[in-house]
Write a protein that binds this ligand. Structure first.
Ligand SMILES: [Fe+2]
Length: 385
């Protein structure tokens, strides 16, 4: 099997990486960036850190600060009108997954005619303005993936858009942005990263390249997530989480996610549960359902994360993995859908639709145990309370 691996051309990782923005642009022969971010990053002054650098370097620049959670084609149009009103040669995505998705979509639509919906999967978007990704959460891994998700305002569909045009040309991975992240955001985005690594490793599309980075990522995320939540300014934990998030992104982007992400997206779309949190709600029970269908792989994950020892059989290690993931949810106060406030009748009424959407995403087919629609419905029932 030939593994097909796509990555940014430039990756700078560590404290101060975002301070190399001007130098990175120069290296890429770029000089007129539009920064795409959200209102908080602008109002709290975070964006100024980049703007000052660009001013100092004498680069013309603009800022679009209107990114919203779960970006829509309407919010994308606003950003595009700002881009088209200027003479920009690249797009800087600053923020979490939503800002990054908006930045990516703006960069490709700058060169394409028509609407974003024309270019959703299975279309492959291969062109676009260069994207420089500066993630501020740890995280979606979006800085190293060729994917963006934009909701069609007309149909409410969460459109998956893919292609090399959406791959950042450079990613500046600087954990210092994450030192002020609150507890819940740290926990949810951290579990999202853990899911990326775990799903990439057990995926039917796993390959030797993604295996090694997935294992490294899951170990550092699992061993640091509690500390990062409890001690927000612990630089060792924050650095490990940020690197783990980028590695988790590299892993799933070059293998795939599986049933957890497949079932998570419909929960986000219907009930507006943050992406990482809906993954967290599913992680232990989906793993419990899948673990005996790839016992060696799951056992290796458990041993890598320090949940089981070499002396444990694969079956025992798999059970310890599930127990440790359940405990992690308890420790990080992850609510069930019921505890989150989703009404039981609504949940029950949407089971078939969510199962249909989960299957349609294709991700469940990469799971070690491939579910039927009825089995997905049963799993949604299991995790509810
Ligand atoms: Fe994710």
């Amino acid at each position: 099997m030939v593994a097909n691996i796509n990555l940014p051309r430039i990756l700078r990782v560590g404290a101060g990486a975002s301070k190399t923005l001007a130098a990175t642009l120069t290296e890429l022969s770029l000089s007129r960036p539009l920064i795409v971010t959200d209102a908080f990053m602008v109002q709290a002054g975070y964006c100024t850190v980049l703007v000052e650098q660009l001013d100092e370097a004498g680069f013309g620049h603009g800022v679009f600060g209107g990114c919203v959670p779960d970006p829509t084609t309407d919010s994308l149009e606003e950003a595009l009108s700002v881009l088209r009103a200027g003479d920009y040669d690249c797009v800087i995505g600053l923020g979490g997954g939503s800002s990054m998705d908006t930045a990516k979509a703006v960069a490709v639509m700058a060169l394409l005619d028509g609407e974003m919906s024309h270019y959703k999967v299975p279309h492959k978007i291969d062109e676009g303005l260069p994207i420089i990704a500066i993630p501020t959460t740890a995280g979606t891994g979006s800085e190293v993936t060729s994917v963006a998700i934009i909701t069609d305002t007309k149909t409410r569909e969460k459109m998956l858009c893919m292609g090399l045009g959406l791959m950042p040309v450079a990613a500046l991975v600087d954990y210092e942005w994450t030192l002020t992240m609150p507890y819940r955001l740290t926990a949810d985005t951290g579990i999202d990263s853990l899911c990326h690594a775990l799903e990439a490793y057990v995926s039917r599309k796993a390959n030797p390249f993604t295996d090694s980075i997935a294992l490294t990522a899951m170990r550092s995320i699992f061993q640091n997530i509690r500390t990062a939540c409890e001690q927000p300014d612990n630089v060792e934990a924050r650095a490990a989480m940020m690197l783990g998030a980028t590695q988790g992104g590299m892993a799933f982007a070059n293998s795939s996610v599986t049933l957890i992400h497949g079932m998570s997206r419909p929960i986000g779309a219907l009930y507006h549960v943050p992406h990482g949190l809906s993954n967290a709600m599913l992680l232990p029970e989906i793993t419990a359902w899948s673990v005996h269908h790839a016992p060696g792989r799951y056992a290796h994950c458990a041993r890598t994360m320090g949940m089981a020892s070499e002396a444990d059989s694969d079956a025992v290690a798999g059970d310890k993995l599930v127990a440790a993931l359940r405990q992690l949810n308890v420790d990080l106060s992850v609510p069930s859908p019921a505890e989150y406030g989703i009404v039981e009748d609504d949940w029950k009424a949407s089971l078939e639709l969510m199962a249909e959407q989960a299957l349609a995403s294709g991700s469940p087919a990469n799971n070690p145990r491939v579910p039927t629609a009825e089995e997905i419905v049963a799993l949604y029932r299991t995790v509810y309370s």
